[in-house]
Design a protein around this ligand. Structure first.
Ligand code: ZN
Length: 236
């Protein structure tokens, strides 16, 4: 079976890596995974080293979008006594992330159409970009004129409102993902109300205010889910 790395993305829990290492099951590092596709288009979660090992021919030279750049992920400390092969899956923390990431135009299109639009961000799937996204879906590559067009749209929209710049969209995706992950935790009713309102707000305004971000960080700090001890969010 041939595998391709499709993207680097947030994952909500700590699923097992699709690739067993000599039959040993292990989990993917909390929060972020390499999503691989097989020849039939089915997606699997993998750790960085396994993903690389299984796609070094198929992904040769390809720049894979990293949709997790909007949040700084704090490295996981190695488990004491890890690798002893005792009960439980070991962590898949042995791999460096891919270096060769982000073909800008492709990453920008996919972030808007496959991530933000599907989460309900208003205007993310912009009509001007739709033909470009269809072009990429069909050919899995973009012409030079399409690339220029996409870069200009990012720059122009950014000049006027600063809303649709890549860095801001990456942050929007990270924050919206984390809000949704937080809502799955046991939290107090009034915190839940804040999260619900921020969830609606960010999808209309493509930002949160400084006080909103402060509250968000406080809510995240109280969650037991280890994902939230790994993320650091800067203000918009
Ligand atoms: Zn693995």
């Amino acid at each position: 079976m041939l595998y391709f790395i499709d993207r680097i993305d947030f994952v909500g829990d700590a699923p097992e890596c699709h690739f067993q290492d000599k039959g040993v099951r292990h989990s993917v590092r909390k929060g972020i995974a390499h999503i691989v596709r097989d020849e039939n288009g089915q997606e699997f979660v993998a750790g960085p080293s396994c993903a690389r090992r299984h796609t070094k021919d198929t992904n040769w030279g390809e720049r894979v979008p990293d949709f997790t750049k909007g949040a700084l992920m704090v490295p996981v400390e190695a488990h004491p006594g890890g690798g002893g092969g005792a009960a439980g899956p070991r962590a898949d923390d042995d791999g460096e992330p891919l270096e060769n990431v982000d073909d800008f135009a492709v990453a920008y299109l996919r972030l808007r159409f496959e991530k933000l639009a599907k989460m309900g961000f208003v205007g993310a799937a912009h009509a001007k970009l739709e033909p470009r996204y269809q072009e990429w879906l069909q050919h899995k590559t973009l012409s030079e004129s399409a690339r220029t067009h996409i870069k200009n749209i990012e720059k122009m929209e950014g000049q006027q409102y600063d809303t649709f710049r890549m860095a801001r969209l990456q942050k929007c995706y990270a924050v919206a993902f984390l809000i949704q992950a937080a809502l799955k935790n046991p939290i107090k009713d009034y915190d839940r109300k804040y999260l619900d309102s921020y969830n609606t707000w960010i999808k209309k305004n493509y930002m949160l205010t400084v006080p909103q971000m402060d509250t968000l960080r406080k809510i995240f700090a109280n969650l037991k889910d280890p994902l939230f001890s790994r993320v650091q969010l800067t203000n918009f």
